[in-house]
Design a protein around this ligand. Structure first.
Ligand code: PFF
Length: 441
């Protein structure tokens, strides 16, 4: 049977950008950049995104189109049966990511409601900050919202309406970008707001630590959806004529742009209102309501912002759940319904300690991290980069001939460009990632 392909090149780019652009760019990028000192961290992030990130994006898309399957099917087909073991860590990684991603997705839903009902309509940032911490501290309500976010994700995956949500995101993603631009203008023109821009773009290398480098690498993997086979799965739907290197550049470019816009939107108000930039995961949720309160029609803009953020989060969470679903369907021959429900239930259960780690379990620490931070660290900074190493080694050493053919479809690459990609995936990516990981240990 012929595998379905994307209706158009633009459709494909937007759908894959939909997986990449999500909470990672708008919620995570600003606070991780702020906690790691700003400008210098940003440069390292950009370096990872446009070197290893871009090469791995090309590789994952090429492998997917050659294998015409998800990560396990593709590895098995191109490398032999024993490669099926890569499925287990990727499924596990996606499950753990969704445990904390779903909690933040839940915060987004709660913020739609709170903004709509004017509960956050105050310019008093101390009040906004305590409203946020009061909310996340609760033992039950945030978990209910987390469940709601997972139910929405599950609904899309079980209903088989990915096509629908991708069409929706084609419409809503540009709207999110436009709204972000508008909010950036408001934030930057606040008295003192420009300091946020300077903080983001003025590199101060004395603030860069080895932890910062690991975080920058992890953030690049996370915000580009790399290392978990998501882009392999998406690549399996690209038609034969699409030029993969150009497409990969578009996806990386769009995701990085979303991150930069996210930073430019969240950080200026943090400085204008004298908030603590290093306060962690609450940054976007505290600084944005302060901006809405400083603009006419703030309730409308605020509600629209959190709604668009929710859609962006859903297009990413759907791609994560899909990795688990296709594994259970293809490898264990489960029905699609069961293969969607079982991981969702696990994600729900695993999200409970993640959510409680902001409240009753805030003292529970492992390796000096809360459960939420540990899940994030383990996946973004260890599992995704390791997934990247395995994919790079596979593409560079086991399946290079196939990858080379895929990369040349649609438009022959100059020999030098091809050699650079090969060298990057065979040597640079495995060595650099391993060195950074080992240094971190
Ligand atoms: N890239 C998504 C975001 O920035 O929100 C999150 C994500 C999706 C991470 C898929 C990893 C992944 F495999």
């Amino acid at each position: 049977m012929q595998r379905a392909t994307w209706g158009s090149k633009l459709g494909f780019i937007l759908a894959s950008a939909g997986s990449a652009v999500g909470l990672g760019c708008i919620w995570k990028f600003p606070y991780v950049t702020a906690s790691n000192g700003g400008g210098a961290f940003l440069l390292v992030f950009l370096a990872f995104a446009f070197t290893l990130g871009l090469a791995l994006m090309k590789l994952e898309l090429a492998l997917g189109r050659a294998g015409r399957a998800g990560i396990v099917g593709t590895f098995k087909q191109l490398g032999g049966k024993h490669w099926r073991w890569v499925g287990i860590p990727t499924v596990l990684g996606c499950l753990i990511i969704m445990m904390f991603y779903g909690v933040v997705g839940g915060w987004t839903i709660a913020h739609i409601k709170m903004t709509l009902f004017g509960e956050l309509s105050t310019t008093n940032t101390a009040k906004l900050s305590s409203a946020f911490s009061e909310f996340i501290k609760q033992p039950v309500t945030p978990i209910i919202y987390h469940g709601l976010f997972l139910a929405l994700t599950l609904g899309v995956v079980i209903g088989g309406v990915q096509q629908g949500i991708e069409r929706l995101s084609k419409l809503l993603m540009p709207l999110l970008f436009i709204l972000m631009l508008l909010l950036i203008v408001r934030g930057v023109t606040l008295p003192g707001g420009w300091k946020g821009v300077e903080f983001m773009f003025n590199p101060d290398f004395s603030k860069l630590t080895i932890d910062g480098v690991i975080n920058a690498m992890g953030l690049a993997f996370f915000s580009l959806s790399l290392g978990m086979g998501v882009m392999i799965t998406y690549g399996s739907y690209i038609d034969e004529h699409t030029h993969i290197p150009g497409t990969a550049m578009w996806i990386v470019g769009l995701a990085v742009m979303a991150c930069l816009l996210g930073g430019l939107m969240v950080l200026p108000p943090v400085f204008a209102f004298d908030m603590n930039p290093g306060q962690g995961p609450g940054l976007t949720f505290i600084s944005m309501p302060a901006v809405f309160a400083h603009m006419p029609g703030g309730v409308l803009f605020g509600t629209a912002f959190f709604t668009l953020l929710l859609v962006a989060a859903l297009t990413s969470s759907v791609s994560l759940l899909e990795v688990a679903v296709s594994y259970f369907v293809d490898e264990l021959k489960w029905s699609r319904r069961m293969a969607s429900i079982v991981p969702s239930v696990l994600m729900l259960i695993g999200g409970i300690p993640a959510s409680l780690s902001f409240g009753p379990w805030s003292d529970v620490k492992l390796f000096n991290m809360t459960i939420f931070d540990l899940m994030d660290y383990l996946t973004s900074n260890i599992m995704l980069p390791l997934g990247g190493v395995v994919t790079a080694l596979f593409g560079g050493w086991v399946a290079w001939k196939t990858v080379e053919k895929q990369l040349a479809h649609g438009n022959q690459l100059p020999a030098f460009a091809m050699q650079t990609i090969r060298f990057t995936v065979s040597w640079v990516a495995p060595v650099v990632i391993s060195v950074v990981l080992l240094k971190g240990l």
